[in-house]
Ligand binder design. Structure first.
Ligand code: PLP
Length: 344
């Protein structure tokens, strides 16, 4: 059966055009820096974000870990959101593999970290304390609802970081969703960041891969560490070829996913038993189950599957539905109708 899959935007399978480009990609040994398709992808990514250099990595998690490892030494500290992916969903890699100490502070509902909270978290120069090295922001902020952080806010954090001799990393797994949601150039969103990660494998539809972007010096260090982590990938131009199509053709269409998320939100608002939060600003629709709903999360998932729709829950009694390239207007309608049937 061909399921309609709204569990995430990571489920996006490559388009026929991507598969063709992958089959025909010119390749070389990327560990030698010899893969022309990877090199083209890296140049394009750096250019699109207005940075000097970029590195193709197998996953966003590795991209973030590399950034943390380059910016911080063992025993040094990172200020990050308590709902950030690097803190919650990367298996504690920074601590386990880098000896880096996370200093989580509260993510506000709008995904931001309060400037006062950041300031209060910067350690004083004192032998009892760790050394604060880095601030991490996430854009869009996933757990807060796929909310975008604005250019103004990011620049404020960037200025604060500079003032205190800290680096700023942006986990921009869905950076281009943020750019589309705010109708700004992605460059502007990362102008004050020292490094950025973004995923090709989510709303940008590529099957595999993320980009890490920063200065030449930063990327040179990350290049060595990527080898250490086992991320040197040889003829990986076969994958990078899809990533080039992501950058050329997919970044500009994310607004369609956002419009469909809004119409999904509007449709689900009419379904009894669901409590919807704020209208989505990007491609994620979060809702809670009313107490009156007797079904468990897993029963809903199973029933939805019987209707041909795959969904997943993100917390007890809370679901997250994600629109993407393979969800069209009919798919939005089908999802609303299926939930109505399941909950009636
Ligand atoms: C998906 C995601 C990542 C990591 O990407 P993977 O490719 O799954 O490792 C990092 N940050 C955020 C916010 C994400 O949503």
């Amino acid at each position: 059966m061909n399921y309609l899959d709204l569990r995430s935007d990571t489920v996006t399978k490559p388009t026929p055009e991507m598969r063709e480009a992958m089959a025909e990609a010119e390749v070389g040994d990327d560990v030698y820096g010899d893969d022309p398709t990877v090199n083209a992808l890296q140049e394009k990514a750096a250019e699109m974000l207005g940075k000097e250099s970029a590195l193709f990595v197998p996953s966003g998690t590795m991209g973030n870990l590399l950034a943390l490892l380059v910016h911080c030494s063992r025993g040094e500290e990172v200020i990050c959101g308590d709902k950030s992916h690097i803190y919650v969903n990367e298996a504690g890699g920074m601590a386990a593999l880098g000896g880096i100490y996370p200093h989580p502070i509260q993510n506000q509902k709008d995904g931001t970290l309060r400037l006062d909270d950041i300031l209060a978290s910067i350690q004083p120069d004192d032998q009892h304390r760790t050394i604060t090295r880095l601030i991490c922001l996430e854009n869009t902020q996933n757990i807060c609802g796929g909310v975008p952080l604005t250019v103004e806010y990011t620049n404020e954090v960037g200025a604060l970081a500079k003032e205190h001799g800290l680096k700023l990393h942006i986990d921009g797994a869905r950076l281009f969703n943020a750019a589309a949601a705010l109708d700004v150039d992605a460059k502007e969103l990362v102008a004050s960041a020292d490094s950025v990660t973004f995923c090709l494998s989510k709303g940008l539809v590529a099957p595999i891969g993320s980009m890490l972007v920063g200065t030449k010096e930063f990327i040179a260090k990350a290049f060595r560490l990527r080898k250490m982590l086992g991320g040197g990938m040889r003829q990986v131009g076969v994958v990078a070829a899809a990533g080039l199509i992501s950058l050329e053709k997919m970044t500009g269409r994310l607004g369609q996913d956002h419009a469909r998320a809004k119409s999904l939100f509007a449709g689900l608002k009419q379904v009894a038993g669901l409590r919807l939060a704020a209208e989505p600003s990007s491609n994620m629709v979060y809702f809670d189950l009313e107490d009156s709903v007797a079904l468990t999360e897993n029963q809903i998932i199973e029933e939805m599957k019987n209707h041909g729709v795959l969904v997943d829950y993100s917390a007890p009694r809370q679901f997250r539905l994600v629109t993407h390239y393979w969800v069209d207007d009919a798919g939005v309608e089908k999802t609303v109708q299926a939930l109505r049937d399941v909950l009636k």
